[in-house]
Structure formats: structure tokens, C-alpha cells
Design a protein around this ligand. Structure first.
Ligand SMILES: Cc1cc2nc3c(=O)[nH]c(=O)nc-3n(C[C@H](O)[C@H](O)[C@H](O)COP(=O)(O)OP(=O)(O)OC[C@H]3O[C@@H](n4cnc5c(N)ncnc54)[C@H](O)[C@@H]3O)c2cc1C
Ligand code: SF4
Length: 342
């Protein structure tokens, strides 16, 4: 099978880039390891900052995806090799694709919260991740503790797996502050009697309408923000959680009992991204994601000729940033083909 461009990863970055590359006149093959396209966004419910429906965004992107693009679902990359500036890619369905360019859109994985043992994830019953809370909200399931009770106090811990020297993840994952604010509001809407506390180091409300959402969470929904890092969570005999937090605004330690703890897990390079980094000898940046050749001028180029990157495979990104980056990657590949013809 021959293709001008092989797009690896069928999340929103891969879908948007594939559509734009096809519209620019290229033959495109899109490979996704899962049975469905959409990546992480397909698992979300209502999106920050405006509660747009994640499912509808995926549906719109899929409707725009041209029928002439070859889409291989449930397919993995087994091996890649290069000869005379042509790539040969062996796939798990026993086929081989020959392509002039590869666009890596293999995205991120969620940080494994078990690595922050002191927070008690998978040790204590009522510690869950932001992705698990999102899944409960998406399925419209009741929010209950493992003991079957509606919680009367929920805590959200920011920066789990990000901005953390102990685990050598120094970067900010960009989406978790505003996700905490959005989810705290959703809890207050669903369970108006339940108090919601966010434990943060700094609040990064940089995007359009993020600050407004943060203001609304306090003024309309009474969410409480405590500046401080959680040092430890422990469990009581009845399944409640005792948090030890250093309140860095008041400069004193704080002890609080809550019913449920939500860990705002950050983004790390996905297994697929790490596999391609090794297989293709790609450079990585400070966050261990795929490094851009030049972050200002050649953000979608990697250190390897003919290999490009789009979306959260190069750094944590919101949906807007990911889609813009995917279109930018399509244009970078277009320029690459134009220049090769000169
Ligand atoms: C808890 C949470 C909530 C969020 N909520 C929002 C929100 O409300 N609003 C917002 O703007 N952003 C939100 N985001 C960010 C959003 O999830 C990302 O912007 C988006 O998922 C990035 O898309 P992507 O295509 O780059 O990566 P991904 O979504 O990770 O997709 C990558 C795709 O590549 C596939 N893949 C990986 N390796 C291979 C391989 N080797 N071969 C084939 N396929 C492979 C994967 O299966 C996946 O389908 C949230 C993030 C988190 C963590
Ligand atoms: S977005 Fe907020 S919670 Fe996420 S890593 Fe950055 S500062 Fe921490």
C-alpha cells in the first residue's frame, strides 16, 4: 500500500490533520490502534470552558473526514524503516505501507496516579482520578462513595503528576486547573449540599473564558480554593479521608476530613508516542514529549526528515490548541512536498 502521508493516531489531532491533508490533495492513510477514532476526547463529557458536548465535537470531526482516506482501526505499528527517503511501515494486520511522510499524532497517556502513593489512589476506596469522575458524569451515574453514600465533601488535588520534581515531570499539563474548576461546578450542580474544595499551587486560568469559569465557581457555586500542596491522605475506619495540607497562603498546616478525593492527573507521552520516539530516534523535549525542530518556526517538524508531529504528542494541549496544531502540521507537510518538487 502506498500513501503520500501516513498519520499515526486517530485522536482529534490525527483526524483533523488527515482531513486537511486530503483537502490539500494528498493520499492519506490513518492508523488507529483502538477500534474507534476520537482518542481521549471520546471519553469526556462536557468540555471546559463552555460545557460543549465532547461527543458532538467528535461527530462533527468524523463527518468532515473524507471517505477516500484509508482508515485502519484496531491496527498497531510493528516496525518502521527508511530507505532513500521512503518509509516502510509494518502493521499488525500484516500489511506494509510505503510512505514519503509520517505524521505522529499518538497523543498522551494519563499520569499513573499510583506513582504518588501518598495520595492513596488504588489504596483507599474513595480516591479517584479526574478521568474517572468525567466517566461517571458522562454516563450520568450517581456520584457515590464506595460505601454507597452521597459525599458531603469532595476535594480536588491539582498538579498530580505535573510540576513535580520528585517524579521528574517539571512541566504544567495545562488542562487540569480548569478541568478541576469545571468538575467542581458540576459536582455542586449535581449535589448542591456537597462542599467542593480545590487544593492548588497556582491557578492557571490562561485561556479564553477560563477566568470567568473560575469566578463563577466561587461566586455562583461556592467552590473553595485552598492554596497548598497535599502532603498525605489517610483513611478512617468508615472510609472517609483525612488530608494533611500545608496552607501556603495562611502559612499553617491544615487537616481536613472529606468523603471523596479527585486527583487531577496530568498528561505524559503515550506508550505509542514513546515507541515511535525510540523506533525513529526522535529527540525529546523537557517534558519527555516529541521535540519540535524549532518551537517557534518549525513546531511540527521533528529532527528527522519527513517525520512530523501534531497535537499532544509534542506537549500537553487543549482541544483548541490541538486542532490548530493539526492544521498547522498539515500545512507543514504541504510545504515539505512543495519544496521537494523544486
Ligand atoms: C481529564 C482531562 C479532561 C480534559 N478535558 C478537556 C476539555 O474539557 N476541553 C479541552 O479543550 N481539552 C480537554 N482535555 C485535553 C484533551 O483531552 C486533548 O486536547 C486531546 O485529547 C488531544 O488530542 P490528541 O489527538 O493529540 O491525543 P489523544 O486524544 O491522546 O489521541 C491519540 C490517539 O492516538 C492513538 N495511538 C496512540 N499510539 C498509537 C499507535 N502506536 N498506533 C496507532 N494509534 C495510536 C490513541 O489510541 C488515540 O486514539 C482534557 C484532558 C484531560 C486529561
Ligand atoms: S494546569 Fe493547573 S493543575 Fe494542571 S499542572 Fe498546570 S498548574 Fe497544575
Amino acid at each position: 500500500m502506498n500513501s503520500d502521508v501516513l498519520v499515526i493516531g486517530g485522536g482529534i489531532a490525527g483526524i483533523e490533520a488527515a482531513t486537511n491533508l486530503y483537502l490539500l490533495g494528498y493520499s492519506v492513510t490513518l492508523v488507529e490502534q483502538e477500534s474507534e477514532l476520537g482518542g481521549h476526547v471520546a471519553q469526556w463529557n462536557k468540555l471546559f470552558p463552555n460545557y460543549k458536548n465532547a461527543h458532538q465535537i467528535i461527530q462533527t470531526l468524523l463527518q468532515q473526514l473524507p471517505g477516500d482516506i484509508t482508515i485502519l482501526r484496531s491496527t498497531k505499528i510493528i516496525h518502521l524503516s527508511e530507505k532513500d527517503r521512503l518509509f516502510s511501515v509494518n502493521l499488525s494486520n500484516n500489511s506494509t505501507i510505503t510512505t514519503k511522510t509520517i505524521l505522529i499524532a499518538t497523543g498522551y497517556d494519563l499520569f499513573d496516579a499510583r506513582l504518588k502513593e501518598e495520595y492513596g489512589y488504588k489504596i483507599y476506596d474513595n480516591v479517584i482520578t479526574s478521568a474517572e469522575l468525567e466517566s461517571l458524569l458522562r454516563q450520568n451515574k450517581p456520584i457515590l462513595t464506595k460505601q454507597g453514600k452521597e459525599p458531603s465533601r469532595i476535594g480536588f488535588v491539582h498538579c498530580v503528576g505535573s510540576r513535580d520534581r520528585k517524579i521528574n515531570n517539571l512541566y504544567c499539563s495545562k488542562v487540569c486547573c480548569v478541568t478541576a474548576v469545571k468538575q467542581a461546578i458540576e459536582i455542586r450542580q449535581k449535589l448542591p449540599f456537597c462542599e467542593a474544595y480545590c487544593f492548588y499551587m497556582d491557578l492557571r486560568m490562561y485561556g479564553l473564558n477560563f477566568e470567568e469559569l473560575y469566578n463563577e465557581s466561587q461566586e455562583k457555586y461556592g467552590v473553595t480554593f485552598i492554596r497548598g500542596r497535599l502532603s498525605e491522605a489517610s483513611e478512617t475506619i468508615d472510609g472517609k479521608l483525612i488530608l494533611k495540607v500545608e496552607d501556603t497562603l495562611l502559612g499553617r498546616p491544615l487537616k481536613m476530613t472529606i468523603d471523596m478525593l479527585v486527583l487531577m492527573v496530568g498528561m505524559v507521552p503515550s506508550k505509542g508516542t514513546n515507541f515511535l520516539i525510540k523506533e525513529l530516534g526522535l529527540h525529546i523535549n523537557n517534558g519527555h514529549f516529541i521535540a519540535s525542530n524549532d518551537e517557534h518556526l518549525r513546531a511540527n517538524h521533528t529532527n528527522k526528515h519527513g517525520i512530523f508531529v501534531a497535537g499532544s504528542a509534542s506537549s500537553p494541549k487543549t482541544i483548541d490548541d490541538t486542532l490548530a496544531d493539526a492544521r498547522s502540521a498539515a500545512m507543514a507537510i504541504h510545504q515539505f512536498f512543495k519544496n521537494s518538487k523544486l
